[in-house]
Design a protein around this ligand. Sequence first.
Ligand SMILES: Nc1ncnc2c1ncn2[C@@H]1O[C@H](COP(=O)(O)OP(=O)(O)OP(=O)(O)O)[C@@H](O)[C@H]1O
Ligand SMILES: [Mg+2]
Length: 261
Amino acid sequence: MAKPDRASNGTPPLLQARNIVKSINTGAGDLHILKGISMDLRPGELTLLMGPSGSGKTTLLSILGCILTATSGELHLAGHQAVGLSSEELAEIRRLHIGFVFQSYNLFPTLTALENVLVALDVRDALSPDPIETAAEALKAVGLSHRMHAFPSKLSGGEKQRVAIARSLAGRPSVVLADEPTAALDSENGKAVMELLKEVAKDPTRAVMAVTHDHRTLHYADRIITIEDGRIVGDDRSPNKGGPGPGHGPGEAPRKKNVAA
Ligand SMILES: Nc1ncnc2c1ncn2[C@@H]1O[C@H](COP(=O)(O)OP(=O)(O)OP(=O)(O)O)[C@@H](O)[C@H]1O
Ligand SMILES: [Mg+2]
């Protein structure tokens, strides 16, 4: 394994994936979903992952988040090599280092916002001396102090997604991964969620990557990675420099720099 690449400020990446392959035996033959993905995630960056439906975005995010294991390749996360580990070992890495935000929020309907965040802290062995205070702080950080005792059925889509983000952040993971976090939201709530993720990514100890189809989110990106048919076809580290800036119109594709996969 090569030495970790360093960002211009000398910071090593928090996550490094090398030649990640994911194939599934469908019975009717092997389906090759990811065909050799190499990338890293650096602290202080918000990376957007884009690509057509079926290109492998969720599969990639799930592998980077140690929810799925790759068929082959290397995944280095906080000093661990994750490919080939048992599900218990993957769960441990996930518990300590990953915050995952799902498109459909995945909140427990019978628990309040506060309790939903507390559950995540519980799974993390309550690293904090006062889990209730930590959970309340996480909800405050997403602007939901006033809704902490509400059940998910009483929250708007945007509020539910903010609870899900608070839950993903409460254990202070170094890598936050979000799969289409704005897809179910109207533009105002989508904007609030992206602003929040951007804020999270300003933390120099954290990296955030979000899958998106939503061109309104592009101007939040420090970097845009594009995948097609299981391969990286674009990796733009300065998507908003020298271009039209926040005014990216709907339907406008990110500028691509071709990279070797
Ligand atoms: N467990 C599985 N069994 C069979 N096929 C799968 C499985 N998981 C994913 N696939 C297939 O792999 C391809 C990539 O799926 P994936 O969910 O990663 O795509 P995606 O880029 O997230 O798409 P979308 O934008 O629609 O969410 C798809 O063709 C999908 O049908
Ligand atoms: Mg998907």
